[in-house]
Design a protein around this ligand. Structure first.
Ligand code: PEP
Length: 251
């Protein structure tokens, strides 16, 4: 059985005080939920204080990016082991906004994912096609290239420390969710691909999240699909009540 994961990506929103207020509001709304792996990803500067605020709760902490080196002359970068030090258990890697605005490639995603796993973090690796790629019938080839490149050289036994997030770029922050069937079709393709690359057992155990305008009113349909194991949530994770409603989709 794959434990569902609901992860909130706060992007570049919220000060330290606002981040703490958000988790303080969220904790009582989700405290009874032991069936879902709950993750929040605040900005770097809030990580450590949010980690203190999350102590003893059932909510895990993620960073939104990391670097692949442990230390050195790399101004502005943050190493995975420092994210661990700040209290993180997860890290989002290769989000489409990083691919689009900061030159992230499958090769850099791959280095970051390996470094994150070596540091003991769970890597949430994002993939997804643009609207133009979908409309020209290239969705599966784009996803295949991204998955192969991002996970290159990661052995099957280590895939337990990887969560895939399928996030069609055209659905992120647009209010346009992929239909349940559209999402399931790509999730099933990803699982089949992982099965060819890493074996059936590893593929059956990997959690594959859907991301792209997930809201309280569409989460249940998505989570009802056999290969959708959770959600990566942007906008709706910025308010305790809407994120809790997504986390508690089965209540
Ligand atoms: C995201 O940031 O990964 C995301 C899916 O955003 P939104 O839920 O706002 O579309």
């Amino acid at each position: 059985m794959r434990k569902p994961v609901i992860a909130g990506n706060w992007k570049l929103f919220k000060s330290i005080a606002e981040s703490i207020a958000l988790v303080d509001g969220l904790k009582p709304l989700v405290e009874k939920n032991r069936d879902v792996e709950i993750v929040v990803a605040p900005v770097f500067t809030a990580l450590n204080r949010v980690s203190e605020a999350l102590k003893g709760s059932n909510i895990n902490l993620a960073a939104q990016d990391c670097f692949w080196e442990e230390e050195g002359a790399f101004t502005g970068e943050v190493a995975p082991k420092l994210l661990k030090d700040a209290g993180c258990s997860h890290v989002i890697i290769g989000h489409s906004e990083r691919r689009q605005y900061f030159g992230e490639t499958d090769a850099t995603v791959n280095k970051k994912a390996k470094a994150a796993i070596s540091a003991g973090l769970t890597a949430i690796v994002c993939v997804g096609e643009t609207l133009e790629e979908r409309e020209s019938g290239r969705t599966f080839s784009v996803i295949e290239t991204q998955i192969q490149g991002s996970l290159d050289g990661i052995p099957a036994e280590t895939l337990a420390n990887v969560i895939i997030a399928y996030e069609p770029v055209w659905a992120i922050g647009t209010g346009k969710t992929a239909s349940d069937d559209q999402a399931q079709e790509v999730h099933s393709f990803i699982r089949g691909l992982l099965s060819r690359l890493s074996g059936v057992t590893a593929a059956e155990n990997v959690r594959i999240l859907y991301g792209g305008s997930v809201k309280p009113d569409n989460v249940k349909g998505l989570m009802g699909q056999s290969d959708i194991d959770g959600a990566l949530v942007g906008g709706a994770s910025l308010k305790a009540d809407s994120f809790a409603a997504i986390v508690n989709f089965n209540a």
